[in-house]
Design a protein around this ligand. Structure first.
Ligand code: ADP
Length: 404
């Protein structure tokens, strides 16, 4: 009798175990098909607990998995039951060490109190955001925004946390503030400088004229040097004013027809003082008529020439060439100077950009000339460009449509 009872009991146990096995198979099947997400969390020494998150939409689950923000979910005990790979990446820990561990362990000690308080409030749905600084092996001081929301999962509750890396946003904000400050400074400085520089330039010209007339050669030579420096200053002030006008869309263009070779000759003549230590070779195509702002195109040629002088050694040659290609006039300025590394060539037209390096750091400048030149050429429907190799000289050119 005893053994019969035992037999019946065992049979019942086997049936129950079969039933449990069947249920377990169903869950595993659902996980395989993507109908259910399962998280196994170690609960105590040997026990494991399965959490499931029903998510009918596979696309939504993939979206969470692929998004750049870190996303985790933790239970009422604070144990992480889901984490995407971005969270692990942001905190620079292997993904497998995230799930099943307390969320608070990943928070830097200095912020644990703040985050614990936030967690309490987030459970009560009172407050849900805070910013913390995270250090990982790759980067120090990453600003991270934690945003928490209470979720209903399988009849229970969990907190979801989205961790957003704010580094890029902060950097852009900082750059914007710096640029705005710089613009403000430029605006004030250029206005304050314009009047005195213009009047010094006028007096210097008058003095030079008088010295020359009275035959004071030494004084006239010295005043010519002063004139060269004042001209540089005047160019700088004009550049600063132009930048402000470009930024506010107020740079005025006066259109007229002009012959390009004459303009090039005129610019070379005006730069004579500056070109004294270089040889200049000119190569002109036949006369070509262009339509546009003559002064501004002259300003671009002058900037190319100034740079060719500045970034190439004394006694080297600067080649100036005009040519016609497919209904376009091209002006080339070639030097035998320090050149520009390929990777930096598309950046040189940016405002304030200067190539940095041991050689480049010895030259003065603001990084505005090419920014203005590019703006002027683009406004004339032209193309501006450079061919250069590091240490092997540069050829700057622009191409403008011929006037028909
Ligand atoms: P600036 O010369 O005042 O710095 P630019 O806008 O005219 O400003 O030029 C931007 C940068 O491009 C320069 O700082 C320099 O690094 C590089 N560059 C321009 N022209 C040349 C050149 N002919 N040879 C080598 N580098 C040049």
């Amino acid at each position: 009798m005893n053994s019969e009872k035992q037999y019946i009991k065992l049979k019942e146990e086997v049936t129950e175990l079969k039933q449990q096995l069947h249920e377990a198979h169903e869950i595993i099947d659902a996980i395989r098909k993507g109908e259910v997400d399962a998280f196994i969390v170690k609960n105590g020494e040997d026990k494991h607990q399965i959490y499931t998150l029903k998510s009918a939409d596979l696309a939504y689950r993939l979206f969470i998995e692929k998004m750049n923000e870190g996303a985790i979910t933790f239970n009422e005990e604070g144990i992480i039951i889901y984490s995407n790979s971005s969270f692990a990446k942001l905190f620079n820990v292997p993904l497998k060490t995230v799930i099943g561990n307390p969320f608070i362990n990943f928070i830097p000690v200095a912020y644990r109190e703040v985050v614990n308080n936030l967690i309490k409030k987030a459970w009560l749905e009172e407050e849900n955001k805070t910013e913390i600084i995270v250090n990982n092996n790759k980067k120090i001081g990453i600003p991270v925004l934690l945003s928490m929301n209470k979720l209903e999962i399988d009849g229970g509750v969990a907190l979801s946390v989205i961790a957003t890396d704010l580094s890029l946003q902060k950097e852009t904000q900082q750059q914007k503030i710096t640029m705005e400050k710089m613009d403000e400074f430029i605006s004030i400085a250029s206005h304050e400088l314009k009047t005195p520089v213009t009047s010094i330039k006028g007096y210097v010209q008058l003095l030079k004229h008088n010295f020359q007339k009275e035959g004071h050669e030494t004084a006239s030579g010295l005043i010519s040097r002063v004139e060269g420096q004042v001209n540089k200053l005047a160019t700088l002030v004009a550049e600063l004013l132009d930048v402000k006008k470009i930024e506010t869309g107020q740079l005025q263009y006066n259109e007229e027809e002009f012959e390009i070779n004459e303009l090039v000759k005129e610019v070379v003549h005006d730069c004579e003082m500056n070109l004294k230590r270089h040889s200049v070779t000119l190569d002109f195509c036949g006369p070509q008529i262009l339509k546009g702002d003559r002064n501004k195109i002259g300003q671009v040629i002058s900037n190319f020439l100034d740079n060719a002088v500045k970034y190439s050694p004394h006694n080297s040659t600067i080649y100036l060439k005009t040519s016609v290609e497919e209904n376009k006039v091209c002006v080339h300025v070639k030097d035998e100077g320090i050149g520009i590394p390929l990777a930096k060539q598309n950046k040189i037209y940016e405002r304030f950009y200067r190539v940095s390096g041991e050689k480049e750091n010895t030259y003065s400048g603001l990084g505005l000339g090419l920014y203005i030149a590019a703006e002027i050429i683009q406004r004339h429907n032209g193309i501006i460009g450079v061919e250069s190799k590091d240490g092997k000289g540069s050829t700057f050119y622009f191409k403008l449509p011929l006037s028909n």
